[in-house]
Design a protein around this ligand. Structure first.
Ligand code: ADP
Ligand code: MG
Length: 293
């Protein structure tokens, strides 16, 4: 690779909003055959909105949502922000929990007026031996099939209800994924979200392979396993929990609207939040390398 053509390639890329941290990544990008995409904030806009509030007979919307909103107030997760914003919008007053704890990949736990509140995944509820009726599971699955993320709420070890939020797919994601497939890249979605929700989103944009319910530390393992099977992997993400996977991949690409941690871990920053930039980067690196040979 001649330094001049690499520089020209990097310059062209920069004009397109694709910042390579070094010329060597222009070379490594060309060898990529697999693109792993984070879901929330990468494929989707990452700004979920509260859509469904379901509670048992012992509750009314005010007391239920105030409690869940108060629980989520100290969490910085986008899901929490959606719940808090939705509760405030409905006019409910939120308090401060006496205790609060994040359980990464599972949910949150809080103590409010001496009562223990859990909000999170099925796995979190299983761990705490919280009984969950078949009818509730059906309600939850139906919402997930619509691409919504559903969280279970338990109060004092008893099932209390469900909270669903919906995120929207970026308007550019469908076309971007079509282009990546046209470039003969395998596209894989990786997410901490549940299988059904992830599949519903993947179906909307033509992604055939989904790895869901991956714990925060697990995304890097997903990349490693693909590499061990001979793949050359580009990882695309925006979140703090994407950083280890961005470092592990042959090429890490961070969404410019995402967290600083992701951008620091990545080899390439995509200034525009548009996944079309991933396809642009691939095409540009292939062209640059062909010119060199
Ligand atoms: P992702 O960033 O892909 O959503 P996470 O590992 O952060 O993945 O979360 C995985 C799952 O854990 C979420 O889909 C949700 O069900 C649950 N969860 C995470 N954070 C919270 C929270 N603050 N409140 C309730 N549930 C949560
Ligand atoms: Mg994300």
């Amino acid at each position: 690779a001649t330094p001049t053509s690499i520089m020209a390639g990097s310059g062209r890329a920069a004009e397109m909003g694709i910042l390579f941290k070094g010329g060597e990544y222009l070379e490594s990008t060309q060898s990529i055959d697999t693109v792993v995409l984070d879901k929330t904030g990468t494929i989707t806009n990452g700004k979920p909105i509260l859509t469904d509030v379901i509670f048992t007979d012992e509750w009314d919307e005010d007391s239920f949502l105030s409690l869940v909103g108060t629980t989520e107030r100290n969490s910085e997760h986008p899901l929490a922000e959606a719940i808090v914003a939705g509760s405030i919008e409905k006019g409910y007053k939120l308090g401060r929990p006496e205790e609060f704890e994040t359980i990464p990949g599972y949910g949150v736990r809080a103590l409010i007026h001496g009562k223990e509140i859990l909000v999170g995944t099925r796995r979190l509820m299983n761990q705490h031996h919280i009984a969950f009726q078949e009818a509730d599971e059906r309600t939850m699955s139906n919402l997930e099939s619509l691409g919504k993320t559903v969280m279970i709420v338990a109060v004092e070890s008893k099932y209390a209800g469900l909270i669903a939020v919906a995120d929207t797919v970026k308007s550019t994601s469908l076309e971007a994924i079509r282009r990546l497939k046209e470039l003969h890249l395998e596209v894989i979605m990786v997410t901490g979200d549940n299988q059904r929700t992830a599949q519903a989103i993947a179906d909307q944009i033509g992604i055939d392979r989904v790895m869901a319910e991956v714990l925060p530390a697990g995304k890097a393992d997903v990349v490693k396993e693909l590499q061990e099977s001979g793949r050359k992997v580009a990882m695309v993400g925006d979140g703090m929990n994407d950083a280890p996977a961005l470092v592990t991949a042959e090429v890490g690409m961070a969404i410019g609207t995402g967290t600083d941690v992701a951008m620091e871990a990545a080899d390439i920053t995509l200034i525009r939040g548009d996944l079309g930039s991933v396809a642009d980067a691939m095409m540009l690196s292939r062209k640059t390398m062909v010119n060199i040979k």
